[in-house]
Design a protein around this ligand. Sequence first.
Ligand code: G3P
Length: 217
Amino acid sequence: MRFFLDTADVDAIKKINELGLVDGVTTNPTIISREGRDFEEVIREISQIVAGPISAEVTALNPQDMIKEAEKMSKWSDNVVIKLPMTESGLQATRFLHQEGIKTNVTLVFSVSQGLMAAKSGATFVSPFVGRLDDIGVDGMELVSKLRQVFDRYGFETQIIAASIRNREHVEKAALNGAHIATIPPQLFENLWSHPLTDQGIIRFAEDWKKFEKNRG
Ligand code: G3P
């Protein structure tokens, strides 16, 4: 199971990357706009920090312009992955880029059929949006599980990135349901190793040790 960070916040990426647990980074136009920085500059900087795949998303809506953007972005760094929307144009661009040997991440996936179309088009990654499905009362994690079943059954090499991850339970269920990767917002990351019972346990061990040492004289 791999962890990507779903952010373009370079300071947060540097800090969490020090733990050695970051296998890649995903961004989208919303995430990039939050930083208020030049797109190319941010992606280049991130790709120097993290060696794994760094997703950068196209904003064009037709396949020709998507491909032009993709070819430009893929020159920014060897580990840049082109993120494309799950549309007819996105699929056409995905197929073309796959033939060119450029890695892709098809995003905004909300159904098994969409994931299947992306995989058949040669997508390296697909990103089912778990939290946004939960928002409309559909179990987002069930989609992850079904995609994994279908990909395994037919031998697709496309990897599933559980995206739109909002809480610890999402990360745990992504692992249980066979997501190859979970892309996690940095603010959620530290919740993954903390637990109130761990904190209480540490305090208790320290108190008991103090008593023991005192009694020994
Ligand atoms: O990875 C997709 C993510 O950035 C979208 O998350 O919380 O806006 O649905 P959210």
